[in-house]
Design a protein around this ligand. Structure first.
Ligand code: HEM
Length: 487
């Protein structure tokens, strides 16, 4: 029997073989990443799988990304299902807003956000990385997934609220963690759930959101009452104005702040955890990274100006997010019948993009399963087909935090490589666990080896104990997004 049949509603689209009764529901629940790959293999660039009675169109080519997310992006909304589970927590912020509201809000927020100080962000990331890794002793076994969540929570807490939420007792950090659990189970459910049902899980989720809101509004009230306001993202939102000059309301500040906090920390942390896992499994790559970091920094912490001379650290982070894109899928819903490259998507059709499946297409990334940070060297990165690398989405709803995410990943990897070497411990490799983000299931336990530096040399800056290789890659890279003045 052929693995895929033509769709009865559109003879130009192939439908993945599945059970007559439940379609591909079981496979989605068991292993959705393989389901995406199989849909592409059996059906081609556009294929349909079926879950709980609903059709999902997997669009898996650069041409489809361009058509659906960019050229005809305004004809596709976030899905009703996504909005139903995300709105209780994220309100009507950028992630969940309808296209019409989004256009206005993004125009209002984006210019200020992109100009938001990059330099302090780099310093914050370096400082928090030093604090978190400073708590690890030689020989400790730490769960790097947990530690990276803590670290990035600390960075985003500073960026957004100028607040130290590294502390376990911080009520904002705790309320957030509880809310994320609720969000996660709703996002990962097979059938659309509603927060209105009084299930124990829903009641916990509702209480977590209420707690989060109480804490947030009290921070906002303190901020309004303060004589001097720190120059952070909360302040940026408080100063955001509509076109007529009126300030945005407290509810919108709450929504947009949580839209920066929620997607901002879990994603970057997951990308970093996978990066550390991959480094441990590829000692040659790890050596090259530490050589680069030692050669450029010696013993001093990385600063924004160093980053153009640390291109390999960024390449490692980008390549880790190619293999394990934190946002491994996202969806759209056609608002009307739309013709796409010879196919007709009916109004209401759900389209799925999977950066995971796209990043593993051998015609876009030869030998796709291989961890090879040199794919992102300036020369080779320029040859990657446009939109084949999609960790941040594309089009008018592309991630607003993409530069900050890359900056944080870049700085944190450099800062960690400088201080510690992390080794895998015996046991099975971490499982890919696709929840809201593509997590390493069960965490990633790793053994810490602390690296030491001799006393700073008279000429300033500590020289590394292990000498950098002559080809340590410490030259500037024009592809580095931090080159040039971004203060
Ligand atoms: C490695 C880290 C990150 C990854 C992989 C990531 C990924 C994504 C993706 C794929 C989207 C588009 C979703 C869609 O089209 O449906 C998105 C949107 C968004 N992200 Fe990120 N993100 C990251 C970090 C951040 C950070 C640090 C922030 C903090 C500001 C952030 C805030 C947002 C917001 C507000 C949106 C909605 C944008 C809009 O619709 O206008 N993200 N992100």
């Amino acid at each position: 029997m052929s693995p895929a049949a033509l769709s009865p509603t559109d003879p130009t689209v192939r439908r993945l073989k599945g059970s007559p009764l439940i379609g591909n529901t079981w496979e989605f629940k068991q292993d959705r990443l393989s389901l995406f790959s199989r849909t592409y293999q059996d059906c081609g660039d556009l294929g349909v799988y079926r879950i709980a009675g609903d059709d999902f169109h997997l669009a898996n080519s650069v041409e489809l990304v361009h058509e659906i997310l960019i050229r005809k992006g305004r004809l596709f909304e976030k899905t009703d299902r996504f909005r139903a589970f995300a709105r209780p927590l994220l309100g009507d912020g950028l992630l969940t807003a309808t296209n019409e509201d989004h256009k206005h809000n993004r125009r209002m927020i984006q210019p200020r956000f992109h100009n938001a100080a990059v330099k302090p962000s780099a310093d914050i990331a370096a400082r928090v990385a030093a604090t978190v890794s400073g708590r690890w002793s030689d020989g400790d076994v730490v769960d790097v997934r947990r530690e990276m969540v803590r670290l990035i929570l600390g960075v985003v807490g500073q960026n957004l609220f100028s607040r130290d939420i590294l502390d376990d007792a911080d009520e904002l950090g705790n309320a957030l963690t509880d809310a994320i659990h609720g969000f996660d189970s709703m996002a990962s459910a097979l059938v659309p759930l509603t927060i209105k049902w009084p299930t124990p899980a829903n009641l916990r989720y509702r209480r977590a959101i209420e707690r989060l809101e109480r804490t947030f509004y009290s921070i906002l009230a303190d901020r309004r009452a303060a004589d001097r306001r720190p120059d952070d993202w909360l302040n940026l939102l408080m100063e955001t104005r509509h076109e007529d000059g009126s300030p945005i309301g407290d509810k919108q500040i709450r929504d947009e702040a949580l839209n920066m906090f929620m997607p901002g920390h879990e994603t970057t942390a997951t990308g970093l955890a996978w990066s550390l896992h991959l480094l441990a499994g590829h000692p040659d790559v790890y050596e090259r990274l530490t050589d680069e970091v030692d050669g450029v920094l010696g013993g001093r912490p990385p600063a924004l100006d160093d980053l153009p001379r640390l291109p390999y650290a960024l390449q490692v982070f980008k390549e880790a997010m190619r293999l394990y894109p934190p946002v491994y899928m996202f969806t759209r819903q056609a608002t009307e019948d739309v013709d796409i490259l010879g196919h007709r998507l009916p109004a209401g059709a759900t389209v799925v993009f999977s950066p995971y499946a796209l990043h593993r297409r051998a015609d876009y990334f030869p030998d796709p399963g291989r961890f090879d940070p040199d794919r992102f060297s300036p020369e080779r990165e320029a040859r990657i087909p446009r939109h084949a690398y999609l960790p941040f989405g594309a089009g008018h709803r592309v991630c607003i935090g993409n530069h900050h995410a890359l900056l944080n990943g870049h700085v944190v990897l450099a800062a960690l490589a400088q201080r510690v070497r992390l080794h895998s411990v015996p046991g099975p490799p971490p499982a890919e666990e696709p929840m809201v983000t593509l997590r390493p299931g069960g965490g990633i336990p790793m053994r810490v080896e602390r690296r030491t530096f001799p006393a700073p040399a008279a000429a300033g800056g500590g020289a590394p104990e292990r000498r950098a290789r002559p080809d340590g890659g410490a030259t500037g890279s024009p592809a580095c997004p931090w080159s040039g003045a971004q203060g």
